[in-house]
Ligand binder design. Structure first.
Ligand code: CTP
Ligand code: MG
Length: 275
């Protein structure tokens, strides 16, 4: 009997994981803060739509057999963009190309995630939820998240130490308001703080359970849900953190778009600057 080498074992288990892993890309937001008057996923970044960059990053990571994209309801151009991407990776990767599907997103990010989760193929065991707005997330981050899931994590998020000192504040009233609009109420211990990114990885059954629990939230509660891990934390399931990357910045404002353009045009080629 021959004993498989470690690398053969690793690639066999990576292939097995890929078969049962999906990536959900949420791209149904309106992009108000970017201010282009069009959904952010469509905004050009170095000549191509933000969504195209995001999808290429997911495909390059090679960790999933399915990509499900949540798009603004009825947006024909973004549907065409997904079709063009499907043709592109089909030509490049042949049988290894992930299966690309899309769904109509909802009015909140969580609604968009839920729509996409409901459209995943039977047999999906792991899902990574990724913001199209984090279009330059490097492959290494997808790999770190997928590896932690394969090691038994039910929820894994990429995170970075916070560089600013973070304080809590309250609005001032009465006389104090004539000095300044806010008053500091405390300083968070910075060494314990992390800025959280996507892709966030989950055991699918755990994330579905978390989203079911959130289905009855009122508008204020729904607005307070800013990532999927929060919902899983509310179930009491441990959420693990791996190292994120500064390239995974969320393109939110015009300044972020300038930074992303700068990364793409940088001398080293952006996806490989930082692992
Ligand atoms: N998103 C979504 N469905 C929504 C809202 C947001 O799929 N109803 C997605 C966005 O497309 C984005 C990610 O969630 O990829 C993070 O959201 P954000 O950066 O806030 O994007 P927008 O909501 O588009 O931007 P804004 O809040 O400035 O309008
Ligand atoms: Mg938003």
């Amino acid at each position: 009997m021959t004993i498989p080498s470690n690398s053969a074992e690793t690639s066999t288990s990576a292939a097995a994981s890929r078969d049962v892993t999906a990536v959900v890309v949420v791209a149904a937001g309106s992009g108000e803060r970017l201010g282009y008057g069009m959904p952010k996923a469509k905004v050009p970044l170095a000549g191509e739509a933000i969504l195209t960059h995001a999808l290429r990053g997911v495909a390059a990571a090679g960790i999933a057999s399915q990509i499900c994209v949540a798009l603004p309801r009825g947006d024909v151009q973004l549907r065409e963009l997904c079709d063009a991407f499907t043709a592109e990776i089909g030509a490049e990767l042949g049988d290894m190309a992930p299966h690309v599907t899309f769904v109509d997103g909802g009015s909140t990010r969580s609604d968009s995630v839920r729509s996409a989760l409901n459209a995943l193929r039977d047999g999906t065991r792991y899902v990574l939820v990724h913001d199209a707005a984090r279009a330059l997330a490097p492959e290494a981050v997808f790999h770190r998240v997928a590896a932690a899931l394969a090691s038994g994590g039910k929820a894994v998020i990429p995170a970075l130490p916070v560089v600013d000192t973070v304080k809590t504040v309250t609005r001032t009233e009465g006389e104090e308001a004539s000095i300044a609009p806010e008053l500091v109420t405390g300083t968070a211990p910075r060494e314990q703080l992390r800025a959280v990114q996507t892709p966030q990885g989950f055991e699918l059954s755990t994330l579905l359970q978390a989203h079911e629990a959130a289905a009855g939230f009122d508008d204020a509660q729904s607005a307070a849900v800013t990532d999927d891990a929060m919902l899983v934390e509310m179930l009491g399931v441990p959420v693990h953190a791996v190292r994120g990357a500064s390239q995974s910045l969320k393109i939110t404002t015009p300044l972020d778009l300038i930074l992303a353009e700068g990364l793409l045009e940088g001398p080293l080629g952006m996806r490989f600057i930082e692992g």
